[in-house]
Design a binder for this molecule. Structure first.
Ligand SMILES: [Zn+2]
Length: 146
């Protein structure tokens, strides 16, 4: 059933663990296949095995709170993009930052920690990166500032 297989390939919009080294879970912007090709083509060879091992589509049903927070964040982002950088109303920027903070706060909460532990065993995620302290070759990675 080749057609059925085609429809089950992870595409943009689906949720996946560790799409980037500094994210726990996010919606794919491109298909999973495109992200894998990007990693193989552009990421340092010593990082690729871990990145490819941890990158996987979420199988569990994610909490409705996360879905709602993601929707709010996306809407806030779209609102800010209606304006040029210099003309963005402060209240829209504040709404975006608040939405981002709420989203990130939920990601670090006990519900997501438990789901992550269930689906991503033997994972070096430290709450900020899958490369704690330094990269595999000792090169430091930029830490996300929230
Ligand atoms: Zn993980």
């Amino acid at each position: 059933m080749a057609v059925q297989e085609e429809t089950t390939r992870p595409e943009a919009g689906e949720w996946a663990w560790h799409v980037h080294h500094d994210t726990l879970v996010e919606r794919l912007i491109y298909s999973l296949e495109e992200r894998i090709l990007h990693i193989v083509k552009f990421k340092p060879p010593e990082e690729q095995e871990l990145r490819l091992r941890l990158l996987r589509v979420v199988k569990v049903e994610l909490p409705v709170e996360l879905i709602a927070l993601d929707k709010t964040l996306e809407e806030a982002r779209e609102d800010t993009l209606k304006y040029s950088c210099d003309d963005r109303p402060p209240e829209l920027l504040r709404a975006y930052m608040d939405a981002e903070a709420a989203y990130n706060h939920f990601l670090g909460g006990p519900e997501m920690v438990a789901l992550h532990a269930k689906e991503c065993p033997d994972c070096p995620w430290d709450g900020e990166t899958v490369f704690p302290r330094a990269g595999p070759t000792g090169s430091p990675f930029p830490r996300r500032v929230n």
